[in-house]
Design a protein. Structure first.
Length: 300
């Protein structure tokens, strides 16, 4: 197995931070994405390499194994276990069934262990099955995208995966799809696919848990005299009655008009509206006169 320099693929140094890795991945993924490079085999190959590099380096545990074991990082745990067993055999004076790989290439040991070739000092004769590597992907959505349950097709390592996205999924939430990760070794089970949701809120609503918050302008006359207004909710419009003498900063709650609760169909948070009473500008002389008269009626 040839060594693949994941740092070089992403164009970063070995000292790169998690933020540097994420930034480099996003930039290259956009550049070589299949949707932007249709029928471009080289771009498709680069896109796969970039995803593979990100899957390893963005995972602190895998990155540590890669830095220590290079091309054999996937088998780091098996290597360490076998190395420990070898030390135990040597301490007891017995011949290790794994042979002596302390000073050689890790791959020589792994090839003999996984049935690639016979060990120079004997073999257990068994073919051990190992679970495939977990894959990590990031899915970018807008807040409106996750207001309703819907399906999307993702391209992961050149394969299309049909994914149902539940309403109410949160920014930073991770969903695991079993059996859609890397291939197992020697017929072992596939790993899992972990999808992290990156959700951008480009609306006028603030989301806190499942509740939504917004501010609505209210003209002075309606605030004083009362009346009716139409406001925007997340899924349409609603009519509200304004009580006479409504004060600036008054809050009202619209029950069930918030965001959907994750995996609780039909359940929603609430919508909280704060009224911002607007003072009229560019008053006419007549309006100024009337306000002056009103002021005289209510001396401070």
């Amino acid at each position: 197995m040839a060594f693949i320099d994941y740092y070089k693929i992403l164009g970063i140094d070995k000292s790169a931070s998690a933020g540097d890795i994420k930034k480099a991945y996003r930039k290259l993924a956009r550049k070589y994405h299949p949707d932007l490079n249709p029928s471009d085999k080289e771009a498709e190959r680069k896109f796969k390499e970039i995803n593979e590099a990100n899957e390893v380096l963005s995972n602190p545990e895998n990155r540590k194994k890669y830095d220590e074991h290079g091309k054999d990082w996937k088998h780091a745990e098996e290597f360490e276990k076998a190395k420990q067993q070898q030390r135990q055999y040597q301490g007891s004076g017995k011949q290790s069934p794994f042979g002596d790989f302390g000073g050689g290439d890790y791959s020589d040991f792994f090839e003999s262990m996984f049935g690639g070739r016979s060990s120079t000092r004997g073999s257990t004769g068994s073919s051990v099955k190992y679970r495939g590597q977990d894959l990590n992907a990031e899915l970018h959505l807008n807040l409106k995208d996750v207001y309703t349950t819907h399906q999307r097709t993702l391209t992961i390592n050149g394969k299309n995966i049909r994914l149902t996205i539940p309403a109410g999924v949160k920014n930073g939430q991770v969903i695991k799809i079993k059996g859609h990760g890397g291939e197992g070794i020697n017929g072992g089970p596939k790993g899992d696919l972990n999808i992290t949701f990156s959700i951008e809120n480009n609306t006028n609503f603030k989301l806190d848990n499942d509740n939504l918050y917004t501010t609505v302008d209210l003209d002075l006359y309606k605030a004083i005299l009362g009346g009716e207004i139409t406001v925007e909710t997340f899924d349409g419009k609603a009519k509200l009655k304004i009580a006479p003498e409504t004060q600036n900063g008054t809050k009202v709650k619209l029950k069930g008009k918030g965001f959907p609760v994750y995996k609780k169909e039909g359940s929603f948070g609430d919508l909280y509206i704060t009224y911002h009473v607007k003072t009229p500008k560019n008053l006419s002389e007549k309006e100024k006169q009337l306000f002056t008269e009103l002021a005289k009626l209510r001396p401070s």
